[in-house]
Design a binder for this molecule. Structure first.
Ligand code: AHG
Ligand code: MN
Ligand code: MN
Ligand code: MN
Length: 332
């Protein structure tokens, strides 16, 4: 029965962006154009991802990135695709990417926007055909256009994001984003080459029964977190952990759950990166009525001090995150 298909309603991503644009008669349309540029790059990355097993773009690229991680070929390809789309689009002056040590200055001083991006999230899952993602944050530059970009354009806290989103290359490919007025999800229809609005106004359940954490590191967790995990087990919650942040986050956002990447002995400030992983998902979480902290403080209020800085992340259904925090507070 085709009448139940989202695309029979006909709200494409382009049309949706256009409609939102019409709500702001004085906006210049540059943010809308930027979102379209990102959507175009995601279609290209989606195509590469879908045929990765056939086209010899699986496997390691042979270099490590600034965090000392082995880059996969698809990490590098996705980074090139996004950077190129953002350069050609003309709305952006600078890009922070997981795969580049330094800020990429696009030498476009008229561009009003700064982007932080994790071009390919979940690299370890590429070669085993498991869901991967893309994460992006959009900021307005704070110094005047026409002048060279400055550190303060780049090092903005997450509460200054004007938009953020992620793409999940999963059983379907989805793009989910917010411009600070709720969260909407779009599903890609491959044969038409269009994203269609399939998940309007996503609201996260206030609580849930899923907990997602790499429990292999249990012995290096702080005691409060260990007690919280014991609590999850006593409650017989479901343990679900894909190892692709976007996929784990998306599932918990829709179904109700908590995702935790804590500090560990190996990673004393956690593993996930503030600028291009935690901030975007924290913005989306809050816009959907969920919560994101580092176990204590709001992610969006952290003032960044370095490009690739890491943060512990507790994110998901509000009640579950608050409860996890209460376990961490107990004096050891
Ligand atoms: P990336 O692939 O962009 O480097 O991100 C990897 C991250 C994230 O996707 C995932 O949640 C986490 O690493 C998994 O880490 P562990 O293998 O330590 O659980
Ligand atoms: Mn990586
Ligand atoms: Mn990532
Ligand atoms: Mn990545």
């Amino acid at each position: 029965d085709n009448s139940t298909l989202a695309y029979s309603v006909g709200v494409t991503l382009d049309r949706f962006i256009k409609k939102k644009q019409d709500d702001f008669p004085f906006a210049s349309g540059e943010l809308s154009q930027l979102l379209r540029d990102i959507a175009l790059a995601t279609k290209i990355v989606n195509r590469e991802t879908n045929r990765a097993g056939l086209s010899n773009i699986g496997g390691a690229f042979g270099q490590t990135n600034v965090q000392g991680e082995e880059q996969q070929k698809l990490d590098v390809i996705a980074n090139i695709r996004f950077t190129r789309a953002l350069t050609k689009g003309g709305e952006v002056c600078a890009v922070v990417s997981e795969e580049d040590d330094e800020v990429i200055d696009l030498q476009n001083s008229s561009g009003k926007y700064v982007i932080a991006i994790d071009p390919l999230d979940g690299s370890s899952n590429i070669d085993v055909n498991i869901s991967i993602g893309t994460i992006f944050s959009i900021y307005r530059r704070v110094t005047p256009t026409g002048s060279p970009i400055q550190p303060e354009d780049i090092m903005q806290p997450g509460n200054q994001q004007v938009a953020a989103g992620y793409v999940l290359y999963g059983s379907s490919t989805m793009l989910v984003y917010t411009t600070g007025n709720g969260v909407n999800g779009f599903t890609y229809e491959q044969s038409l080459g269009e994203f269609f609005l399939s998940h309007p106004d996503i609201c996260a359940p206030k609580t849930g029964k899923i907990y997602s954490i790499n429990e292999g590191s249990y012995h290096s967790f702080e005691d409060g977190l260990k007690s919280y995990l014991d609590h999850c087990k006593r409650k017989e919650y479901n343990a679900r952990y894909i190892g692709s942040l976007v996929a784990d986050f998306h599932r918990n956002l829709l179904k109700g759950g908590i995702y935790i990447y804590p500090k560990t002995k190996k990673s004393p400030t956690g593993k996930l990166r503030l600028l291009y992983e935690a901030n975007a998902l924290a913005f989306i979480a809050e816009q959907a009525g969920a919560r994101a902290t580092d176990g204590k403080d709001r992610i969006l209020d952290i003032i960044p001090n370095s490009l690739h800085q890491r943060t512990p992340l507790y994110i998901g259904s509000t009640k579950m995150v608050v409860e996890a925090e209460s376990f961490l507070e107990v004096k050891q």
